[in-house]
Design a binder for this molecule. Sequence first.
Ligand SMILES: O=c1ccn([C@@H]2O[C@H](COP(=O)(O)OP(=O)(O)O)[C@@H](O)[C@H]2O)c(=O)[nH]1
Ligand SMILES: O=C(O)[C@@H](COP(=O)(O)O)O[C@H]1O[C@H](CO)[C@@H](O)[C@H](O)[C@H]1O
Length: 327
Amino acid sequence: MLPEVASWLRRRTSTAGDWPPHALLAAKGAARISVVLPARDEEATVGAIVAAIRADLVERIPLVDEIVVVDSRSTDRTAAVAAAAGAGVVAQDAVLPGHGRMSGKGEALWKSLAATSGDLLVFVDADLRGFTSSYVTGLLGPLLADPSVGYVKGCYDRPLVEGGRPVEGGGGRVTELVARPLINLHWPLLAGVMQPLGGEYAGRRALLERLPFVTGYGVELGLLLDVFQDSGLDAIAQVDLGRRVHAHQSTEALGEMSGQIMLTAWSRLERHGRMVPLGAPSTALTQFRRAPGGHDTRTSDVGVGERPPMIEVPAYAAARSFTPGRG
Ligand SMILES: O=c1ccn([C@@H]2O[C@H](COP(=O)(O)OP(=O)(O)O)[C@@H](O)[C@H]2O)c(=O)[nH]1
Ligand SMILES: O=C(O)[C@@H](COP(=O)(O)O)O[C@H]1O[C@H](CO)[C@@H](O)[C@H](O)[C@H]1O
């Protein structure tokens, strides 16, 4: 792990418990706070998430100024359930209608900027199970405490829950198999971001509104790379939110997501001038495991070598020329 990454991890990683709600309320001042949930067919879970945020962070203490669910072309009762729980609901395609209809989660989040008024925005997926409002207070902590922080990512244990049984560490499949290796390869200074694709994150409007939003599932990687490019590593913080359980997509669907992630990485490599000349890639891969009091890191070398065409090996070529019948 690069020393800059180790230093960043020490300085910019905290836990949700480090940010108690009453302290945040004192630090809030005149800042307005919006919580945004992008939701496509999330009638089963969106209501409980909205209700928890409302009860804890609107009614009990007036920390959050608005909760907005962006209905992303749902075909179920997502909008009605969200409204009944106390959220404002906007239809993705009804926001900035003159700008056409693009698709996916990134479109929903881009439109949310035009449908909210907060100086700080907190993004929470609408398919979470076991959500607690400490996700929101944890993400707000570094933003309210330190003006030099512009963007905060959540990190958490991510079990893969199938058939009701959790496989610890099995979740975040596209993160572990695609995004983390890509980031370590081309953006090694971001290797300390434990959940680069995590759907819970927060940022300052003044930063988010000057960045492009990749549509579809490229939005998280796109924003992380663009924040890094725009404001540098120290503008990013991460907060350990504990554990995250959400609805899982099929391997086939995650294959599409992986394609979107790789195309997003490709676009940033080209745009940020990392394609030419392609510098020597980093061969170090840093992975994270939950450990008492935080996380253990494991850095391995994923460098690969290369053998020449066998035909160019003299001993092989000599032996081959005498082997009958091998044309
Ligand atoms: O076109 C879309 C796709 C997804 N989502 C929402 O974005 C969040 C994350 O999407 P999903 O659960 O499909 O991704 P996963 O967590 O499985 O990677 C969820 O709240 C979805 O309802 C959305 O608003 N529009
Ligand atoms: O992190 C991941 O690998 C994917 C898939 O997670 P699982 O393997 O279903 O736990 O989930 C995330 O990726 C999406 C793309 O960035 C985000 O939009 C989701 O919010 C996030 O859950």
